[in-house]
Design a protein around this ligand. Structure first.
Ligand code: CAA
Length: 240
């Protein structure tokens, strides 16, 4: 069914694969991005998917963009909170800015976008929200107190909002990716990454499409009875 879907961070990496999977499922997809205009233009050229530039960590920008999308396409009924950044560092070297940036973008964005789309979903008595967590929010990770805290927060947020949404036909679930072959993971020092891959039972990094498949499953109209759950997609690295 041609429902309107917003995928934050939807023009690159895991987000791009999610946008494409939802388009294939017949959704009207809007993929957001924060700053990389060149990548966004190339993505639209390749896929025909509309993009919207805004900072998902900024409440006013979320409000404005969602109002604009709603006016042009109708209420957003599928929301994938995928936008995320890393600012890795051991705590002794981590600045308050590194903490704030990661918490605002990765966790604050979930509040912002759920807050401004929820009433539209309620009115339609239908909604599918998928928040992208992380194996590192489940298990922790050396050098990531900011990222692990934000991602762990996403898992709690998901279970709380699932309880609020259930009576309106709004499901809220999380997907927790492991290490996936994206720019973010390629930024990990090669010697560190090598050790991490050695601990993945499946013996490889994930592909963005491995994650997108899970999101398409959870956002299907038929997934009505799945809510408050976390789908871990990590090659067996952390069984939780
Ligand atoms: N456990 C225990 N000790 C560790 C460790 C670990 N996992 N990782 C590093 N150390 C140790 C090192 O062995 C080293 O010890 P020695 O001084 O005795 O040699 C010490 O800690 C310092 O390590 P570094 O030289 O690497 O320190 P650094 O300050 O240069 O860098 C770091 C620290 C930024 C955390 C770096 O190790 C790093 O980038 N690690 C990878 C973090 C990571 O996995 N990020 C995930 C990004 S992808 C993502 O987040 C997506 C997702 O959802 C999965």
């Amino acid at each position: 069914m041609s429902r309107v879907a917003l995928v934050t961070g939807g023009t690159r990496g895991i987000g791009a694969a999610i946008s494409i999977a939802l388009q294939k499922a017949g959704r009207i997809v809007i993929a957001s991005y924060a700053g990389n205009t060149e990548a966004a233009a190339a993505f639209t050229k390749e896929t025909g998917i509309e993009t919207a530039r805004f900072d998902a960590g900024n409440f006013e920008e979320c409000q404005k963009t969602v109002a604009d999308i709603t006016a042009r396409h109708g209420a957003i009924e599928i929301l994938v909170n995928n936008a995320g950044i890393t600012r890795d560092s051991v705590i002794s070297k981590m600045t308050r800015d590194m903490w704030d940036a990661v918490v605002d973008t990765n966790l604050g964005s979930c509040f912002n976008l759920c807050k401004v789309t929820f009433d539209g979903m309620k009115a339609n008595k239908f909604g599918r929200i998928v928040n992208i967590g992380s194996i590192n929010g489940q298990a922790g990770q050396y050098g990531q107190v900011n990222y692990a805290a934000a991602k762990s927060g996403i898992h709690g947020f998901t279970k709380a909002l699932a309880q609020e949404g259930a009576r309106y036909g709004i499901t809220v679930n999380a997907v927790a990716p492991g290490y996936v072959d994206t720019d973010m993971v390629r930024a990990v020092p090669p010697d560190v990454l090598e050790k991490i891959i050695a601990k993945i039972p499946r013996g490889r990094l994930g592909k963005a499409e491995d994650i997108a498949r899970g999101v398409a499953f959870l956002t299907a109209d038929e997934a009505d009875f799945i809510t408050g759950s976390t789908l871990s997609i990590n090659g067996g690295q952390h069984m939780y």
